[in-house]
Design a protein around this ligand. Sequence first.
Ligand code: 2M8
Ligand code: MG
Ligand code: MG
Length: 264
Amino acid sequence: LIIFTDLDGTLLNHNTYDYEVVLPMFERLKRLGIPVVLNSSKTLSELEEWKSKLKLDTPVIAENGGVMTVPATSSQAAEKVLIGHPYKDIRSYIKHLRKRHDWQFEGFGDWTLSQVMNHTGLHHKEALLATEREVTEPILWQDSDENLQRFKEALAEEHLTLKKGGRFYHVMGKHDKADAMHFLVNKEYFSCGRDCVVMALGDSDNDIAMLNYADIPIVISNPAGKGIEIPSAIYTDAEAPHGWIEAVEAVLAKPENELTKSSR
Ligand code: 2M8
Ligand code: MG
Ligand code: MG
């Protein structure tokens, strides 16, 4: 069993970013030898911080599958794998579009640190880590739905796309959380293919690909993520972080043989 998990709204409460209550479960998973991979729209800098808070020694997938770090294995050195488009290219293209069409939107790159803090509810240090973006730009759209459609079409011309997160739209290349998962499950690090059972936990649109890829998809209850429909998913009653703990507990209670055969 390998667990891939989103953070905001899935493992962390959306407003309080609470996480202390999940620590005993992470310790239990470590004792059982079950790896947990953080798979988030957050930056690598933010995730490295979470990785140490949660005492993980696994790969981490950042910015919606756009970049990941893979620790060393017996056959390979540690590496950083980049899948997405460079942040500065994304920024310069969307600034060009905004100027040309006078579309109203703002992103992390437009904001001061205190504005980032206000828009995200993150504290100073965490907000700073969130601004260290490599391949995705979170924006707040402040224009009409018609223009949002035109914006999406203009992004597609440069092979970019818009993905909805919890609070923001993310401007990014055409990658998703499942691309990075597939890389780790089939190619490097785990390289176990269909021999391993993959569990994934998420709460919103940008988790759909990850959840569809998993053998055991768990949708964490979240008012913002109401619309997501995953066939065969287990939907939790509780929100993060309790929904996460309950879902993992339920899976650990299953008979061993259900956790050693992949259905992918
Ligand atoms: C952004 O991501 C969230 C999660 O889906 C969102 O769109 O609401 C990211 O920029 C991330 O780096 C940041 O930590 C988070 C803070 O709310 O917002
Ligand atoms: Mg989320
Ligand atoms: Mg996320």
